[in-house]
Design a protein around this ligand. Structure first.
Ligand code: GDP
Ligand code: MG
Length: 396
């Protein structure tokens, strides 16, 4: 088993995205299976991945939609969401926070509506790297047919502003790899090719480890005999057992001490920016904390109710509104893992915003949220992403 504390491998956060039924979960299981044959990765079965979240809460370590695997010089944390709604929520709230997304497209069906929707969300929420796995090539054997899907996928990638001609498209079959079939053609070999592409194409982004610790809370568990565990991806800084922290946003601030930092069932001497961890926090009840709050170094930051931001209103084609919105608009704002209602205050003289417009605005939230400059914001209204933006300045 790879000792995470050694930090001898670069860490990357990966996720599978794409239309339902195209093979995301099968691929996730296949990657762990193939890599379990060559190194310390633990194979995670399809059935284990495809359970509902309630069935999956398994101890302090990690939500089971997250699995880990490794290559020679990389350690990967991989998220595979159970359903379309979970993907949308995870991407909108930044809970998944992928450094790279593997877009799974069935070669049988080609790109479908959710393929596009997930790609757009990935783009909007700042996912920089995409790799494509063209799945189900076991049933599409004709080279010309595969080529056709390839072209369609690159067209879609281009229309979503990804570098369509540069990024790798790996052809294979997750199911064959999982079942140990056609190893030299579409099975195991395609998984190894995909992992190789992950290693070569994606470099670990700069992790802001020197800034004060901050982690938006994605999930909260109560572990019998141990206490309350908050789970999330560390946004900046480092956290160690014994550190004093505050839990801020949405309600009154709570003080606590971190008693344990864990990642994939390993106890860490230190969690670092980029890590997906569970923190055992002292003396806090399960019901006193929730998703949407954030854990931070004590005294380092406070939640805010207002911010100035720069926004882009998505066009109809990008999944945005069909009609403009006016000064009275009250959508939902997603910041970190928080989703709260609020009001957009347009600058004087601006009466409405059309789909496709860039605009600046002051946002007044109903409750304070842990936020800071440069964080992404998604503005949503009845299941549509109306606008995306970035925070320029926060106000109490
Ligand atoms: P998800 O909704 O994207 O997670 O898709 P799943 O991984 O659950 O797969 C959906 C269906 O496609 C299942 O019945 C899989 O067995 C099947 N499937 C997945 N990968 C392949 C493949 O490479 N070839 C074939 N023929 N079927 C596949
Ligand atoms: Mg699935």
């Amino acid at each position: 088993v790879y000792d995470i504390n050694s930090r001898s491998k670069r860490h990357l956060n990966v996720g599978t995205i794409g239309h339902v039924g195209h093979g995301k979960t099968t691929l996730t299981a296949a990657i762990t299976k193939v890599l379990s044959e060559t190194n310390g990765t633990k194979a995670v079965g399809y059935d284990e991945l495809d359970k509902t979240p309630e069935e999956k809460a398994r101890g302090i370590s990690i939500h089971a939609t997250h699995v880990e695997y490794q290559a020679k010089n990389r350690h990967f944390a991989h998220v595979d969401c159970p359903g379309h709604v979970d993907y949308v929520n995870n991407m909108i709230t930044g809970a998944a926070q992928m450094d790279v997304a593997i877009l799974v497209v069935s070669a049988e069906d080609g790109p479908m509506p959710q393929t596009r929707e997930h790609l757009l969300l990935a783009r909007q929420m700042g996912v920089r790297h995409i790799l494509v796995f063209l799945n189900k090539c076991d049933v599409v054997e004709d080279e010309g047919d595969r080529e056709l899907v390839d072209v369609k996928v690159r067209e879609l990638l281009g229309s979503c502003m990804f570098p369509a001609n540069e990024l790798p498209i790996v052809r294979g079959s997750a199911l064959c790899a999982l079942n140990g079939e056609k190893s030299d053609t579409v099975g195991k070999s395609s998984i190894l090719e995909l992992v190789q592409a992950l290693v070569e194409y994606v470099h670990e982004p700069e992790r802001p480890t020197l800034l004060p610790f901050l982690m938006p809370i994605e999930d909260v568990y109560s572990i019998a005999g141990r206490g309350t565990v908050v789970i999330g991806r560390i946004k900046r800084g480092v956290v160690k057992p014994g550190d004093e922290v505050e839990i801020i946003g949405l309600r009154d601030t709570i003080k606590s001490t971190v008693t344990s930092v864990e990642m994939f069932k390993q106890s860490l001497s230190e969690g670092q920016a980029g890590d997906y961890v569970g923190l055992l926090i002292d003396g806090v009840k399960r019901e006193d904390v929730s998703r949407g709050q954030a854990v931070c170094k004590a005294g380092s930051m406070q939640p805010f109710k207002q911010f100035d931001g720069e926004f882009y209103a998505l066009s109809k084609e990008e999944g945005g509104r069909h009609r403009p919105f006016t000064r009275k608009y009250k959508p939902q704002f997603f910041i970190g893992t928080a989703g709260v209602s609020g009001r957009i205050v347009l600058p004087d003289g601006i009466e409405m915003v059309m789909p496709g417009d860039n605009f600046t605005a002051r946002v007044e939230l109903r409750v304070p949220v842990a936020m800071q400059e440069n964080m992404y914001v998604a503005v949503r209204d009845s299941d549509k992403t109306v606008a995306v933006g970035v925070i320029n300045k926060v106000h109490a």
